[in-house]
Design a protein around this ligand. Structure first.
Ligand code: UD1
Ligand code: CA
Length: 405
């Protein structure tokens, strides 16, 4: 059976971002933007995923260790999107259908890719594009159709005539090609444009001029097209992605009191009937159980685990720590590298002093412990179950009754 491949273009220098980091490594809701595109390809069962790398390629490759389904292909000189696809030719043996996507378009949805591929295969086309109609087409390649609606080509913003600039149907760079056809056409592309680059969009035009069947389907929702060329677009795309993350959580039974003033990482998991109050920031792999209450003004960082019925209140930061069922930290605490047992009361202003200037140490607090307000827990520390710590205590291992192993 012929296989499917995806080529994700991620070699560019990202001049417009003003950054030393490869553009595709900038994070959208906690993950590099490239990771979102890769996952969309995985979700539709692509057999081989090629990622074209160039600018600071080692940074990109190192961000995906051990992911054996990825093949990184080097584009030595960034000579344009067409050239980036050309360098993949030797890696596509046995693949008949080839998706091409850009690493700077993390909003791409698996359903769009599925529609794109199905339309392409069932139409026996040489190329199929998914297009979108947007309010503000600035910066995108415009879709040129004849008076019958047939696709004629794509013109880049910089090469548009005044009339073409008025076209609102744009190219989000979601393509599907028949393998032999696209490479035949790419071989004919010339860098005859303002940027002197080999454009993939020109290969589409050449296919049409050569009489091959190329179809453009308007299948992309406007909120899916934004790609990231600037910091402004990074913020805009992150906002759309954040809405999707929160929608998913709300659909699974989480209450988010004020979505626009809440930020939740894509990697966070939150259980049913948990309430997230405003100005809460959840970053990293955070796991929250059922029926918890978080915020307002809570900061949950990577490695936080809240079991069921946990309360994290105002101005409380939690990092790499577990709070077991029924534990409460209602006000003004820093809880880092610690475990708090069942029903522990963490009094106002409790701090884990987890760093001694050289190393980080853990704090273990047993079940049903009462930590009075203003407790300073100096790690490494073990507090036995059932112990009561008076307010204002500086707790050190072995020095306070009920501490030490
Ligand atoms: C491209 C399309 C444009 C479309 C837009 C959608 C072309 C010529 N233009 O424009 O029609 O509307 O995407 O987002 O294709 N890259 C490489 N190697 C290169 C050049 C680019 O790998 O030599 C990669 C970049 O890293 C990036 C992607 O290709 O991830 C797109 O390149 P970019 O320069 O952002 O293209 P746009 O100007 O946005
Ligand atoms: Ca782009």
């Amino acid at each position: 059976m012929p296989k499917t491949a995806a080529i994700i273009l991620a070699a560019g220098k990202s001049t417009r971002m003003i950054t030393d980091l490869p553009k595709v490594m900038h994070e959208v809701c906690g993950r590099p933007m490239l990771a979102w595109v890769i996952d969309a390809c995985r979700a539709v069962g692509i057999d081989r995923i090629l990622v074209v790398v160039g600018y600071h390629k080692e940074v990109v490759i190192n961000a995906f260790p051990g992911q054996r389904d990825l093949v990184f292909v080097e584009q030595v000189e960034q000579k344009g999107t067409g050239n980036a696809v050309s360098v993949c030719q030797p890696h596509l043996d046995g693949c008949e259908t080839v998706l091409v996507l850009c690493g700077d378009g993390p909003l791409v949805r698996p359903t769009t890719l599925k529609t794109l591929m199905e339309t392409h295969v069932s139409g026996h086309s040489a190329g199929t594009l998914a297009t979108a109609v947007v309010k503000d087409p600035t910066g995108y390649g415009r879709i040129i159709r004849d008076s019958y609606g047939n696709l004629q080509g794509i013109v880049e913003q910089a090469d548009c005539t005044v009339a073409q600039k008025e076209i609102h149907e744009i190219n989000p760079s979601y393509y599907c090609f028949q393998r032999a056809a696209i490479f035949e056409s790419l071989a004919k592309v010339q860098p005859n444009n303002i940027k002197k680059e080999y454009y993939l969009t020109d290969a589409v035009k050449i296919l049409i001029e050569d009489g091959r069947r190329v179809v453009a389907i308007s299948a992309v929702e406007p909120d899916e097209v934004y790609s990231i060329n600037s910091r402004q677009q990074l913020a805009q795309v992150s906002q759309v992605m954040e809405q999707r993350i929160q929608d998913r959580l709300m659909s699974s039974g989480v209450t988010i009191v004020d979505p626009s003033n809440t930020w939740i990482d894509a990697r966070a998991e939150i259980g049913k009937d948990t309430i997230i109050y405003p100005f809460t920031y959840i970053h990293g792999r955070v796991k929250i159980g059922r029926n918890c209450s978080v915020g307002p003004f809570a900061y949950l960082r990577d490695g936080t685990v809240l079991e069921d019925d946990v309360v994290i209140g105002v101005f409380t930061e939690v990092k790499n720590s577990t709070l077991c069922s029924g534990a409460r930290a209602r006000h003004h605490s820093y809880l880092g590298d610690a475990t708090f047992g069942k029903n522990v009361n963490v009094g106002t202003g409790t701090i884990t002093a987890n760093f001694d200037g050289k190393e980080i140490h853990r704090t273990e607090v047993g079940d049903n412990v009462y930590l009075g307000s203003g407790s300073i827990l100096i790690a490494p520390l073990h507090v036995k179950s059932g112990v009561q710590i008076a307010p204002g205590t500086v707790v050190e291992d072995g020095e306070t009754p009920g501490t030490g192993k």
